[in-house]
Design a protein around this ligand. Structure first.
Ligand code: SF4
Length: 284
């Protein structure tokens, strides 16, 4: 029992620690990624080319006015700490600016590290819940494997095939989510509502004030949905598209598998309750 409690506590700490620290990163999201002009980013930027607004110290020239200048996408993006991991761990503090030869490899490795960090985030979050010991053990094993991947060198990272890691993790996350949702269903007034909304289209749906506890929104489209003052505890949001969904006053405190990027893309206010591992976006 102690072993499981320690694991849950450690997992909570790991999940909470996965945050971008731009002061330790060489502006990788502003350099490595290919960005196409859209409502969220006013210019085209090829992969491997630094954004015109990136300064010599890797800070953003327009950081405080990004939304006003049409760079909404920059306020949404979150690397879950992959940027500083690649900059400081994989490349040991060597920047693409000081040594242009490593740039190409760095840009290749950044999105791979991002995916690994995302999988670690989901695994650690799942482990922070009270789960049957067999499932917790399997998740612990997976977490160790994923953490070991972050120690690989650049060539090893670039050669990774992450599909098999994603595949086995998906099964475990579905099991964890089902167990947590089922535990919570006892307290939910279902009244004929369909709890399985996997990949459902809820775009623009108006459900303000409703009790949506224990719904499975895995991969669902909730773009611009009105979710004000809803109860979303024990809801699985993995992979859901939450752009401009309005969570003002909603209770997300015990929602599952949310990311900072999903929340940054959504709307909310100072009454929205968030899970322990997410920060309230500055634009809310
Ligand atoms: S606008 Fe600023 S934050 Fe956005 S990509 Fe350019 S430098 Fe980075």
């Amino acid at each position: 029992m102690n072993e499981v409690l320690t694991t849950r506590k450690t997992a909570r700490r790991i999940r909470a620690s996965l945050k971008a620290d731009c002061s330790k990163c060489f502006g990788l999201c502003c350099t490595a990624l290919h960005i196409i002009a859209s409502n969220d980013f006013p210019i085209n930027k090829p992969a491997g080319v630094p954004c015109d607004n990136l300064q010599a110290d890797y800070g953003c020239r327009i950081h405080s006015e990004l939304r006003g200048k049409g760079f909404k996408g920059c306020t949404v993006f979150d690397c879950l700490g992959a940027g500083q991991a690649v900059s400081q761990k994989t490349f040991r503090g060597k920047s693409w600016r000081e040594n242009r030869n490593i740039g190409e490899k760095m840009y290749q490795v950044f999105p791979i590290m991002e995916q690994i960090h995302e999988m670690i985030a989901y695994t650690a979050e799942a482990l922070s819940y009270e789960l049957p010991q067999t499932l917790a053990k399997e998740l612990s094993r997976q977490l160790k494997e994923l953490e070991a991947l972050t120690e690989l060198n650049a060539d090893e990272l670039a050669a990774l095939d992450l599909v098999m890691y994603r595949f086995s993790l998906n099964e475990l996350l579905i099991s964890a989510s089902d167990i947590i949702r089922e535990k919570n269903m006892k307290n939910v007034r279902i009244r004929g509502r369909e709890l399985n909304q996997t990949r459902a289209d809820w775009m623009g749906r108006k459900v303000a004030g409703q009790d949506l506890r224990a719904t499975n929104f895995r991969g669902a489209y909730l773009i611009a949905a009105d979710l004000k003052d809803t109860d979303l505890r024990a809801v699985n949001f993995i992979g859901a598209d939450l752009r401009d969904a309005d969570f003002s006053g909603a209770d997300l405190s015990a929602s599952m598998f949310l990311t900072q990027m999903q929340i940054n893309a959504a709307k909310g206010n100072n009454k929205t309750k968030l899970p322990f591992y997410l920060e309230r976006p500055s634009h809310w």
